[in-house]
Design a protein around this ligand. Structure first.
Ligand SMILES: [Zn+2]
Ligand SMILES: [Zn+2]
Length: 766
């Protein structure tokens, strides 16, 4: 069967084109299938004019006339095949935009799957998977380089050159790489004059090439480190992984290793193994963990590392992308979207801290990088490793069902014990009841640690000074005028701030509702905690780390370096300090308020509380001095908090899974959440109701095990002036999404007053 025939058959299976082409046979008309960056399910068909046939391939973008007015639109060509001319004449492609395909066939398969799985347009997925910089060809600046003309090397009469020219010649002769004008002039200690005159004599050559040099390359600062010796547990785990790599089959491995058990070392060894086969690995880490420290760790052990994170400039991103596509890197380290890295010969995917919610994208396409990685690993027939000290219950249930393989690192490296965790019941604490953040017991522990030269981490997940402003006359809290969110007082800026839309006002002396001047401040944010710490322990240096204090690029890194050098005794902050930090001198971790997550209206509230306490606790006890953890709580008997204090993931998972099964929550069901949004409350409610009715009718009795909740106002009922109503569908995990997805897409219609978003497997239910 020829390729074009194969394509024709692939094509005839695609849902949208079935009717249109079913009576066609293979013919002479070259047809391109095109998708657009729109929430459309359809694949559109265009005729390919003869003169474009040569240059058109799937994976390239094309310009086409679209809609009634034939306006020019750019779309992605996802397939090309031959067919008979259909009855209705096809429009023709006007231009092929890209010289090279932007994505491979495998990536087309993957993105198509994402569109079906997350109920969005294929073109939307492609648009999101390929960085803007790559589409625009950003940073493809040409630059002039100089080198010795090897053919003429022996003809150059060195004696006749001026002193400066001789110097240029010497520098360039001893350099293995071509040099730019600036580099050469600097190294030779001259102006551009002698360089140009040497070139004019033909003694040296100049040429232009794409410039990658404005990329931040800290490779030069990297000290290559030898392999650490693995302990017995690590050896065992690595051996299993290597076996799976050698089998060249897809397998998902859940690597549960307690904090400080040396997971990263296992990753690096596994990647080295994959690199020995000439293949590449992708390592996804939460954006917040993508610190220079992490990157240095990989760079010091592997020859070539590409990094993809949100702080890259367009040209940097494009340069990394090209480097990956050329097959020159051994490993790509990046945040969520690095799952789309264009590796030539992928050998393994690793997701570290797999429980992190930041792997789910919160804009269309709302994919979860873990599911995408799983699918990609399946397509490429390679292993996927999910690592965590506190795996999600979804991942845990998969190993219970033996769908995935469990490997465990139960102990910390160097036989260090996990730190003892003390639960501090602060319900009757004399300091706390007077409005302090730090209770009596934690204060004593801090004093004690400081006196023994230990460092301290205090965790509080609320930025700002006070998280609620409340009128003592009318009893109303001050809310954002555009959102259903209380304003947080930011003392440093002197404003009340909305943490959702950034609205701020300094008019907070009087109540916005009744004008009364008795505004009370409730709760504690990191700024207030900082003030309290400075007042109580004035002789010690303290540093606050949250997104307000760490706005400047690199400030996060500088702060951590400062803490490492031990001149800062107390580091306090939000989840920025909860992840991955490894400071051997930290002997005390204090969790200021462990209860805030428990009260969230989310079936994962317990799980997140457990994860957070376990992660924060993991920041101490990493050195010879040992470490302790104090967790302040108003719910000392809550199972999530109790099990976390005992470092007992197994019992927590068992306990929580019983509840989930009873309530038919994930992992015993899947959830689709549909949020309707509109500026008019009544119209949005009506849109939510009519759409929901239509959807319920369409689904009817076809899916008897489906549970539908709503429509109801979302927990945050208004965001940025838009009212929000949501509908939640719970369905058994073994029901394929296909037909259900189709019905959802067919029944929902955006109106002029309200639109909607569909979130499959949501991690945020607010
Ligand atoms: Zn009032
Ligand atoms: Zn707001």
């Amino acid at each position: 069967m020829s390729t074009s025939q194969k394509r024709l058959f692939d094509f005839s299976e695609s849902d949208s084109s079935k009717d249109f082409f079913s009576e066609l046979e293979e013919g002479d008309l070259c047809v391109a299938e095109v998708v657009f960056n729109k929430p459309l399910v359809s694949v559109y068909h265009y005729a390919v004019p003869d003169e474009l046939r040569e240059s058109l391939q799937s994976g390239k973008r094309v310009a086409v006339p679209f809609g009634k007015g034939n306006r020019r639109e750019i779309g992605f060509c996802v397939a090309v095949h031959y067919a008979m001319q259909p009855k209705q004449r096809l429009k023709s492609i006007s231009e092929v935009v890209d010289r090279q395909p932007l994505v491979s066939e495998k990536m087309l398969t993957l993105t198509r799957w994402i569109a079906d799985e997350y109920l969005c347009g294929w073109g939307q997925v492609l648009e999101s998977a390929i960085p803007r910089a790559v589409k625009q060809g950003a940073g493809q600046k040409q630059r002039t380089y100089f080198r010795i003309d090897e053919a003429k090397r022996n003809n150059v009469q060195i004696g006749k050159l001026s002193a400066k020219q001789k110097q240029v010649w010497k520098v360039l002769s001893s350099s293995k790489e071509p040099m730019t004008l600036e580099e050469l002039a600097e190294r030779a200690g001259c102006s551009s004059g002698p360089i140009h005159s040497l070139r004019n004599k033909g003694a040296i050559q100049s040429f232009r090439k794409v410039d990658d040099s404005d990329r931040e390359d800290d490779r030069s600062f990297v000290i290559e480190l030898p392999d650490y010796a693995l302990n017995e547990d690590q050896e065992k785990v690595l051996k299993k992984i290597v076996g799976i790599v050698e089998s060249q089959k897809h397998k998902t491995i859940l690597l549960r290793g307690v904090t400080g058990s040396g997971k990263t070392e296992v990753y690096i060894r596994a990647i080295q193994e994959v690199a020995n086969y000439g293949k590449q690995a992708i390592v996804l880490v939460p954006e917040i963990s993508l610190t220079p420290q992490t990157i240095r760790r990989f760079r010091s052990r592997l020859d070539s590392v590409a990094v993809l994170h949100s702080h890259l400039s367009d040209s940097e991103r494009h340069a990394e992308w090209r480097k990956i596509a050329s097959g020159l890197v051994q490993v790509v380290v990046g945040a969520r979207s690095a799952v789309f890295a264009p590796t030539k010969n992928l050998g393994m995917i690793i997701i570290d801290e797999e429980h992190e919610t930041s792997f789910k994208q919160d804009t269309t396409p709302r994919y979860h990088a873990k599911q995408v990685a799983r699918k990609r690993a399946e397509i490429e027939n390679i292993p996927l490793i999910l690592g965590s000290a506190t795996p999600t219950l979804e991942s845990w249930q998969r190993v219970q069902n033996r769908d995935d393989l469990l490997l465990t690192l139960p102990n910390r490296v160097n036989n260090l014990p996990l730190p003892p965790v003390v639960l501090v019941d602060v319900r009757n604490d004399q300091y706390i009841s007077k409005g302090a953040a730090i209770g009596r017991i934690l204060a004593t522990a801090i004093r004690n640690s400081l006196e023994h030269d230990g460092q301290i981490i205090l965790f509080l997940n609320m930025r700002g000074f006070t998280p609620a402003l409340w009128c003592s006359a009318c009893g109303k809290s001050m809310k954002c005028p555009s959102c259903d969110i209380t304003l947080t007082w930011h003392k440093d800026r002197g404003v009340a701030l909305c943490h959702v839309c950034n609205f701020h006002t300094d008019a907070v002396r009087a109540c916005l509702e009744c004008g009364h001047k008795g505004i009370r401040h409730l709760g504690i944010g990191t700024q207030k905690l900082e003030q309290e710490v400075r007042a109580r322990f004035p002789e010690y240096q303290c540093l606050r780390m949250d997104s307000d204090a760490m706005k400047k690029r690199g400030s996060h890194h500088r702060a951590l370096e400062g803490f490492r050098k031990v001149n800062i005794s107390i580091l306090l902050g939000t989840q920025m300090i909860a992840k991955g930090l490894d400071f051997p001198n930290v002997t005390l971790v204090g969790v200021i308020n462990s209860d805030w997550l428990l009260n969230q209206p989310d079936f994962r509230a317990s799980e997140r509380t457990f994860q957070l306490i376990a992660q924060v606790a993991g920041r101490t006890g990493r050195g010879t001095k040992g470490g302790r953890v104090f967790v302040q709580t108003m719910n000392p008997t809550d199972p999530a908090i109790r099990f976390a204090a005992e470092h007992d993931f197994l019992s927590f998972a068992k306990h929580e899974l019983i509840h989930r099964r009873e309530n038919r929550s994930p992992p015993f069901s899947r959830v689709i959440r549909i949020v309707f949004r509109g500026e008019n409350e009544a119209a949005t409610r009506t849109a939510a109701e009519t759409n929901s009715t239509r959807l319920k009718e369409s689904i009817g009795s076809m899916f008897p095990d489906l549970k539908i909740l709503g429509p109801a106002p979302a927990p945050i009922s208004r965001v940025k002036k838009f009212y929000r109503f949501h509908l939640q569908l719970y369905f058994p995990p073994d029901v394929p999404l296909g037909e259900l997805g189709n019905r959802i897409r067919e029944s929902l219609q955006p109106g002029k007053d309200a639109d909607f978003v569909i979130d499959v497997d949501p991690v945020d239910l607010r």
